[in-house]
Design a protein around this ligand. Sequence first.
Ligand SMILES: [Fe+2]
Length: 339
Amino acid sequence: MAQCLVVDDDPQVRDALVRVVQSQGLTCVSASSADAALAMLAAQGEVAVLISDIRMPGGDGVQLLEEVRRRYPDTAVIMLSAVADVQIAVDCLKKGALDYIAKPMILGEVQARVAKALEKRELTLQNRYYQKHLEEEVRRQRARIQELFLEGAQTLAHALEAKDAYTRGHSQRVREYAVRTSVLLGYTGDFLDDLRLGAELHDIGKIGTQEALLNKPARLTPEELRHVMEHTTLGEKILAPLAHDRPVILHIARSHHERFDGDGFPDGLGGEDIPVEARIVAVVDAFDAMTTSRAYRESLVPSAAVAELRRCTNLQFDPAVVDAFCEAFPDPAKLPIHV
Ligand SMILES: [Fe+2]
């Protein structure tokens, strides 16, 4: 398609304009009416600059301007107006025309206006390009920062566990159990991705728990238990700044010690008020804790741990989640899995 389209019912004006524009090194075509111009644009695509007379038989230049603005918003439109039409030309500017040229035309002026229109259009296109790509770039950088932060949190979670022979590998096993249980429950996509990460980071708040209490070889006092359970809200706080738009991760950190009967930490939520991702992690977290030795007790064999999950169904655990876990891992003897 040509770069410029001239629309005027007067063949002399039309030809003169085409020649002037061509002398600027632009390709230029012409039409004798608004309808012909629209048909040409429809057949050949948009032009960079359209120069249109205001008064023409048939559809006038103002209607053509409106139509071109609607269909081809990037086309720079210059109106041609007789002195008597100056007010209409000004109205055209309000309707989105870039400029107007008064008749009789001075050819040098036409060239200058066309050059200016092209320059303005180029700037508009460039601005839009930068805006679009800048937004994309900012989005990409934000996602990368979030990713780096969460990777850092993962490293921290593993470092935290590595200090303690009893919990080594706990977060990765919880992640594997949680993901396979969730798949059985029908979850896919983003939920599963966030659950995977959330399960791995569920105990990140233990960074603020007194070490002596984490490894205490005896039952915790109520005050000590309250302190240990603060790892739920602290974990949520640690993760919130960069996972604020990923509630699944935050729900797991905060609510994985809630109980199905409403007697858990930190909010005493019950039943389905507990986010399902936290109900899932509650089950698999308890299973892994039971099947690994802790400072204060020996481990249970997997079948005994499964029996314990069943016994605590409806009290501590969501029965549907326990069922899904048992279905996902039908052979307890193969558990705990090694990751
Ligand atoms: Fe925990």
